[in-house]
Design a protein around this ligand. Structure first.
Ligand code: ATP
Length: 242
């Protein structure tokens, strides 16, 4: 499992933004990390994926491990080798590369082009829309298709833990449900573990098994998705559901 215990993170050596976050994600589960702007959700993902250092952030206390291996202070490429991949917020795809080339550029862990091609065909099985557009430039795809491409690119290194940062951001409800259905299929078919940051609590809890709510750098609440959705006060106050 992913175990985060007492995690404290600072940016620029001074600003303490995570103030002792503890959470766990069981292997094979989908977990939603919820909360308002600036709560520390993205920072938590960065602490898992090794991308903190790029942002002048640092773990000052606590531990993060996946399947028993500590991820703290691992470089992002070592973290990918440990099976952990983050899909960045904002669907960062290479606009001037084709869909196919975008996917191949994510093949960090594969040893041969043949193996990489095989990995693309697995991605295309899950994302038929990408298969249809494999020779189109990334920049010509719709927002939802770009999000699919960003997820597909992350899958190319065959992660065991996928970290998603706001996959629903700016997408139509239909596209959100299409993408969330695919995430569920990946979870069910392959046992992929997913930790997903979302502002769209309703959509996230519809596919997650468990959820955590962060506020001001601390976990203020957690429970099964049903527990979180059925608690009226909680869902109105923290999750913006009615
Ligand atoms: P949002 O949905 O707005 O991204 P979030 O819950 O993901 O919110 P974070 O992005 O983790 O929150 O931000 C937590 C705090 O850390 C905020 O106060 C933010 O201003 C600060 N912060 C985030 N990234 C950096 C950075 N690269 N350098 C300095 N401070 C940062």
């Amino acid at each position: 499992m992913l175990a985060i215990d007492g995690l404290e993170v600072v940016y620029n050596r001074v600003a303490l933004v995570l103030k002792g976050v503890s959470l766990s994600v069981a292997r094979g589960s989908v977990v939603a990390l919820l909360g308002g702007n600036g709560a520390g959700k993205t920072t938590t993902l960065r602490a898992v994926s090794g991308l903190l250092a790029h942002e002048r952030g640092e773990v000052v206390s606590g531990s993060v491990s996946w399947m028993g291996e500590s991820l703290v202070r691992l470089s992002p490429d070592r973290t990918v080798k440990a099976g952990v991949v983050q899909v960045l917020e904002g669907r960062r795809v290479f606009e001037h590369l084709t869909v196919d080339e975008n996917l191949l550029s994510g093949a960090f862990t594969t040893k041969s082009l043949r193996q990489a091609r095989q990995a693309t065909s697995v991605v295309y099985d899950y994302f038929p829309r990408l298969a249809d557009r494999r020779r189109q430039h990334g920049g010509l795809l719709s927002g939802g298709e770009q999000q699919m491409l960003a997820i597909g690119r992350a899958l190319m290194s065959e992660p065991s833990l996928l970290l998603l940062d706001e996959p629903s951001l700016g997408l139509s409800p239909i596209m959100v449900s299409e993408i969330f259905e695919i995430i569920t299929r990946l979870n069910v078919d392959t046992g992929l573990t997913v930790l997903m940051v979302e502002q769209n609590a309703e959509a996230a809890l519809s596919i997650a098994h468990h959820g955590y709510v962060l506020e001001n750098g601390r976990v203020v609440l957690d429970g099964t998705s049903d527990e979180l959705r059925n608690n009226q006060d909680v869902s109105e106050f923290y999750l913006g559901l009615s």
